[in-house]
Design a protein around this ligand. Structure first.
Ligand SMILES: Cc1cc2nc3c(=O)[nH]c(=O)nc-3n(C[C@H](O)[C@H](O)[C@H](O)COP(=O)(O)OP(=O)(O)OC[C@H]3O[C@@H](n4cnc5c(N)ncnc54)[C@H](O)[C@@H]3O)c2cc1C
Length: 282
């Protein structure tokens, strides 16, 4: 239960929501509330007004396109994504990451867009969306909609390339290429219900034994989820070489915090990536 006494704006459709967002840029959007409520309870935030998006059922849908691409509405929960045949076909790695978000109750209520907008460096789905070259569509009343590549979305710690009057409306996934090999791994204190110490998502497109496209994305090892250009560049043009994993140290900047140490995160990132590359090579 929300224990804030601040007023809640309750639009009944997207047009109303965008209008309210434009008129009240200080209002905090509320989707599933699984991040927002924790922040309120801990005293980290105290918004003067909320914008409740939950009733925007037009955005609680998943659309499959003729080319195999998929668009996920901003109000789709992790459970919706796990259950949908289109996301299962286009992005099995995304399904795996949604399954690691909290437990069933959180997956039933928490949305993919909320995970993205919350922008935690430890958000489980974010490296996956980076590795898949996903695009996030945002919309405002006054300027309409635009798409932001995941690779351009995060500008710093919990900082997104979005304007105060914009809302996330859709997440677009490109079609799955038949030559793509993917791997997702979350390292936490436990198998379930743990915030990650390191998250890894890799997608390699391999043509006749040669890597022609590489996406290596990591979370929990820097101020925001990020790709590793050093490893990606080293992989392309060759057969999969697990030794290239060590180059990830050129891109990541892990820190010591309550969950882990920088040294542990660095060592685990290299080890998990090497093991992933070995698996994708086999
Ligand atoms: C017990 C527990 C366990 C958890 N475990 C994990 C875990 O293992 N891995 C993990 O990654 N996360 C975890 N989380 C965090 C959280 O559940 C996820 O980040 C979830 O996806 C957030 O979605 P939401 O819809 O609840 O977002 P909300 O809490 O409603 O919103 C989160 C942020 O996004 C903004 N926002 C939401 N929708 C939009 C939109 N359409 N446009 C613009 N801004 C928007 C809000 O203003 C807010 O800043 C956990 C949370 C809890 C309470």
């Amino acid at each position: 239960m929300l224990t804030s006494h601040s007023p809640v704006l309750t639009p009944s459709n997207l047009a109303e929501a965008l209008h309210m967002r434009a008129e009240n840029p200080e209002a905090m959007p509320l989707a599933g509330g699984t991040d927002v409520m924790v922040f309120i309870e801990s005293g980290a935030i105290n918004p003067a007004v909320f914008l409740d998006l939950w009733s925007l059922r037009e955005l609680a849908v998943i659309q499959e396109h003729a080319d195999g691409g998929v668009s996920i509405g901003a109000l789709c929960t992790h459970a919706d994504i796990i259950a949908h045949p289109a996301t299962q076909a286009a992005a099995p790695m995304l399904i795996e990451s949604c399954r690691t978000v909290g437990a069933q109750q959180i997956q039933n209520r928490g949305t993919l867009a909320g995970n993205i907008a919350n922008g935690s460096p430890a958000g489980d789905t974010l490296p996956v969306l980076l590795a898949l070259d996903a695009e996030v569509e945002v919309e405002s009343r006054d300027r309409g909609s635009r798409r932001i590549r995941m690779a351009a979305l995060y500008t710093g710690y919990r900082s997104l390339a979005m304007e105060a009057d914009e809302l996330i409306t859709w997440i677009h996934l490109p079609p799955r290429h038949p030559n793509d090999r993917t791997h997702f791994r979350k390292v936490g204190t436990r198998q379930a219900l743990a915030i990650s110490k390191v998250i890894l998502a890799v997608r390699l497109r391999v043509d006749e034994g040669v890597v022609v496209e590489a996406r290596v994305a990591v979370g929990s090892v820097g101020p925001c989820p990020m790709r590793s250009p050093a490893v990606e560049t080293a992989l392309v043009g060759h057969s999969i070489d697990p030794n290239m994993a060590d180059r990830i140290s050129r891109d990541i900047t892990p820190i010591d915090d309550v969950r882990s140490t920088a040294a542990y995160r660095m060592a685990v990132s290299k080890r998990v990536l090497r093991s992933c590359l070995r698996g994708l090579k086999a």
